[in-house]
Design a protein around this ligand. Structure first.
Ligand code: NAD
Length: 255
């Protein structure tokens, strides 16, 4: 197993990509703290699945846009499992609003969850990793939209662009402590965040046509990359982003 005796935190670990990451990290031997905001039952289901497979898990409620909640998440993890080796800043949301129609509330909520959350998640996890010694891994679930516009989803793209720079800056700052900071940038993945697009036949067909691989990805495919980056095998990867997108960012009509 790649992650024996490691302790991981996954924000938004109750759904979609975060759920798959929690399960895959546990499969490789990590004890996992599953953060959720609203769906307690879903978080406990993930914990149950991990425990049924003889793994260790903890469920912690919290809003990642609150520094106090993030501190509680780190503290509860350390109280229960003794340390934090892998921090996965995964929680995210979107408003699907443009520059012209985003409200202040749209902007603040998206930036709060998708950028402030990873920023302070990185800070608090890194402080704990430095305190305990031995380095660590911080993995920010970004998006292809950290570097690729999505018209009609502007606050989201702004937040993910910030995560891109957070990953680079924190990667450089934390390298002397043996802590790697890596972005994982998924393309279109089959999760609840994309429900509306994937359930609309016209939108779904257009999306698949734009993806060179011809299909959307699975949460498990993203989780597999996170496991590798979180393990000793990923020790030399830092301050950069791994895209996992079926080629969508390089798509071309060839004309
Ligand atoms: P999802 O909606 O299934 O999961 C999002 C998770 O974030 C949920 O568990 C939700 O409860 C949690 N969350 C939202 N606000 C929160 C808050 N304030 N505090 C704590 N948790 C909160 O969607 P997903 O696709 O699994 O998204 C996971 C991550 O992957 C997000 O950062 C998203 O931007 C990113 N991503 C997804 C795709 C995709 O196509 N699905 C593509 C690129 C990036």
């Amino acid at each position: 197993m790649l992650l024996e005796n490691k302790v991981a935190i996954v924000t938004g670990g109750d759904s979609g990509i975060g759920r798959a990451i929690s399960l895959e990290l546990a499969k490789e031997g990590a004890a996992v703290a599953i953060n959720y905001r609203r769906n307690e039952q879903a978080a406990h289901e993930v914990k149950q699945l991990i425990e049924q497979a003889s793994g260790k898990a903890l469920v912690v409620q919290g809003d990642v846009s609150s520094l106090a909640d993030l501190q509680t998440l780190v503290d509860r993890t350390v109280e229960t499992f003794g340390r934090v080796d892998i921090m996965v800043n995964n929680a995210g949301m979107e408003t699907r609003t443009s520059v012209l129609d985003s409200t202040e509330k749209d902007f603040d909520s998206v930036i709060g969850v998708n950028l402030k959350g990873p920023f302070f998640g990185t800070q608090l996890a890194a402080k704990q990793m430095i305190k305990q010694g031995g380095g660590g891994r911080i993995i920010n679930i970004s998006s292809v939209h950290e570097d690729w516009p999505m018209p009609g989803n502007s606050p989201y793209c702004c937040a993910k662009g910030g995560v891109r720079m957070l990953t680079r800056n924190a990667g450089v700052e934390l390298a002397p402590h043996g802590i790697t900071v890596v972005g994982v940038g998924p393309g279109a993945i089959d999760t609840p965040i994309n429900k509306e697009t994937l359930e609309d036949p016209a939108k779904s067909t257009a999306l698949k046509k734009a993806i060179p691989a011809g299909r959307v990805g699975t949460p498990e495919e993203v989780a597999g990359l996170v496991v590798w980056l979180g393990s000793d095998k990923g020790a030399y990867v830092t301050a950069t982003t791994y895209f996992i997108d079926g080629g969508i960012m390089q798509g071309s009509v060839g004309l």
